[in-house]
Design a protein around this ligand. Structure first.
Ligand SMILES: Cc1ncc(COP(=O)(O)O)c(C=O)c1O
Length: 391
């Protein structure tokens, strides 16, 4: 019998696809053209730097000087002087002793959580954490305790009975509702319990803290002995890649033990060059960070004043509640039809089952663009959007 006539071993995928269609949860790729006419409130390009001439030049010059690829893993040939320079500048800018650059923020979270825990470690993880932290917990051999969202008392209770190594891991700004973690209270709880604090500042870098130095800098925790930050270079810095920042001995430990660092090709020089150029730009123009927060506040005020339900933004993410997953999908499509690109969060990407439009308050949006965005979102709002459950 020819092989292709055999039973379809992937028939179960058809069943799953049908179930996803019925629930309005199908995800599909939509390649965007280079000259998209859409107003972008969907990307993570918080400062609008991904196309900034200096950032693009940083990428181009790095590729010309160092080549298109890093050529190997960081411990073999994949560490160029450019990587070392980026690490020094990232650490200095954010206020940490040392930094380690990885190929993505995802890899950085896996590296930090797995390298800082072992079988006897208790990892306490906020229920709203990003999937890469969740996966880091799964990959570590530690016991993981998931605690209610942004609840330092729950963290304290969970740590109380534990003997031995422990760490708390949390996003600084949560991607779904754009709310900030109570970092000061978390740090106190960790200090009292002798636990490390690992904070994913993916959405804080470039937006929070003095000149965009991040949420830990804003909380006075940058460089504190028991504190580690993870970052992505793909949001405010408009590039690609990730980093772990912390005490030099933590970084040396990661170099020796973090599998997503050791067994992964180094970050492409163009991405390192772009991130470095963005970082220098941000240092020269610190007002960019505050502008992203102002745009977020303006979007929130105007949308909620018109009856929509949104969480008050602590950084540059504005999350607007939708009545259902299918309504959210239609709403985002209608926005797109009217020239506005917005994000759409549905289960399983939302912890509470409530679907949302997710708006990026880009710091480079003009007043006219903010007005156009608000008018489009209101004009396309589904019935029931104003009744969506409050945060
Ligand atoms: C909170 C958070 N952490 C980590 C990541 C992963 O970063 P990267 O896209 O660089 O892998 C993201 C987003 O993508 C994120 O939102």
């Amino acid at each position: 019998m020819p092989q292709h006539a055999a039973a379809d071993v992937f028939a179960w995928i058809d069943d799953e696809e049908r179930a996803r269609e019925r629930a309005g949860l199908v995800r599909a790729l939509r390649p965007r053209p280079a000259d998209s006419p859409l107003l972008d409130l969907a990307s993570n390009d918080y400062l609008g730097l991904s196309r900034h001439p200096e950032t693009v030049r940083g990428a181009r010059e790095a590729a010309e000087r160092w080549g298109a690829g890093a050529t190997g893993s960081r411990l073999v040939t994949g560490t160029t002087e450019l990587h070392a320079e980026l690490e020094r500048e990232l650490a200095r800018f954010c206020g940490f002793e040392a930094a380690l650059v990885l190929s993505s923020g995802y890899a950085a979270n896996l590296a930090a959580v797995t390298a800082l825990s072992d079988r006897g470690t208790l990892v306490v993880s906020d229920a709203g954490n990003h999937a890469s932290i969740v996966d880091g917990c799964r990959l570590s051999r530690a016991s993981t305790a998931v605690v209610p969202h942004a609840d330092p008392d729950a963290v304290a209770k969970t740590l109380a009975g534990h003997e031995g190594r422990a760490l708390l891991v949390t996003d600084s700004v949560f991607s779904v509702d754009g709310d900030a973690a109570p970092l000061t209270a978390h740090a106190e709880v960790c200090r009292a319990a002798g636990a490390a604090l690992v904070v994913d500042d993916a959405h804080g870098l470039g937006v929070l803290g003095e000149g965009g130095r991040g949420a830990l800098h804003a909380a006075g925790l940058a460089g504190a002995p028991g504190v580690v930050a993870t970052l992505t270079l793909s949001k405010s810095l408009g590039s690609q890649g990730g980093a772990v920042l912390g005490p030099a001995k933590v970084i040396r430990h990661l170099v020796n033990t973090a599998r997503t660092f050791i067994f992964d090709t180094g970050l492409a020089p163009a991405a390192a060059g772009a991130a470095l150029a963005s970082l220098r730009l941000l240092e020269r123009e610190p007002e960019r960070a505050g502008r992203a927060r102002e745009v977020a506040a303006a979007l929130y005020e105007r949308l909620t004043a018109s009856g929509l339900t949104a969480a008050r933004p602590d950084a540059a993410v504005v999350s607007v509640r939708a009545p259902s997953a299918s309504a959210a999908l239609r709403w985002a499509a209608d926005c797109r039809g009217a020239g506005l690109s917005v994000g759409c969060f549905r289960p399983p990407s939302v912890p509470d089952g409530v679907s949302r439009l997710r708006l990026t308050a880009r710091g480079d949006l003009t007043g006219d663009e903010i007005s156009r965005a608000v008018e489009t979102i209101l004009a396309t709002a589904p019935s029931g959007a104003t009744d969506a459950r409050r945060a």
